[in-house]
Design a protein around this ligand. Sequence first.
Ligand code: ZN
Ligand code: ZN
Length: 423
Amino acid sequence: MRLEELIKLRRDFHKYAEAGWCEFRTTSVIAEFLSNLGYDVKVGREILDESSVMGRDESVIPKEIERATKQGADPKWIERMAGYTGALAVLNTGKKGPTVALRFDIDAVEVNEAKDDKHRPYREGFSSVNPGAMHACGHDGHAAIGLGVARLLAEKKDSLRGKIKLIFQPAEEGVRGGKAIAEKGILDDCDFLVALHLGLGLSTGNMAGGVAGLLCTTKFDVFYKGKASHAGAAPNEGRNALLGAANAAINLHGIAPHRNGTSRVNVGVLHAGEGRNVVPPHAMFKVETRGETEEIASYMYQRAMKIVESCALMYELEWTVKQMGESITAKSDEDLVGLICKVAKETGEFDSIESFYNMGGSDDFSWMMKRVQEKGGKASYMVLGSDIEAGHHNEYFDFDERSLLKGVVLMSQLVEKLSRFES
Ligand SMILES: [Zn+2]
Ligand SMILES: [Zn+2]
């Protein structure tokens, strides 16, 4: 696998960026690539537990399928997906040995990409053609690495043992898709499960074999319903949903931190109001709370709910909360991390290798890690260093494409080592 091929794949995914649960073209490209390599491929509904799916807007799906098809998705795969995205590819060597699984997330962030010559994807013509969706977290790179690894492993099939499972996960952003894959049970036979994330503050040539401090998180949307009235003639008759939401946003950001560890809260979206001279009758806002432990996460969520309820009461508003995503904490297994670091060193691709990196974010890969660990398997979440042009989720985000090949080399050598592992 040459770097140029990986760059080509990455730039194709980048150009046709698709947000969570809308990755129809991305899934189609991945599924076709893998099945041409001889993998047994399953997609969409075949690999997800529907009752564990979070934050999926059913109403946009038909339109998104139409868009994806116009942008090159294969109708044959679209039909098999049955409205859901993501893919699982299995390579069975036919020889006795462990089951090794790798997970790659494939969704874009809901942000408009910068249209600016100083931004390479724009300057070189591969910036997102889909408004409101941009690969601003590096998952385009993850998907490309996944296909690169798939190609190398297929070529080396005869020297491998056991079973290899490659999971291309939808809707990681907002932690919406991970639980549905874990709950489906497709990982229950895994002896080893590994994922990686590009960037995250590590520069090109650095890597970490595992992470500490994956945060528990809850994502929810709040809807306030008040009453419209004439802002000049009858302001006293209105019930102001905008002011309720604005007060809630300010107070949510004022929740006291917890003495026992890290906590976070963010109001990322607030929409309210209809006209200049109308008391605003509707508001909606998108919130996330996080905590280092379940105790802290629950404290943050409970406090947030109190504020949402109190601000509604203050302005006499009706309120509803819709759960949009949830993730738990997880810890990389120490002995697996040790083995990963050893393989990383052997590749000769890295100048600096550390064991546990404190990432201070969330990833719903933790649902899959927990599932595998509960069944006696080992799991780890690696960080693949890559110089980035702007922070993750920023409209100027871009990464150093040289790290793509490092990721492919690392993961394929790791799978080779693990597949020959005898317990
Ligand atoms: Zn990410
Ligand atoms: Zn992200």
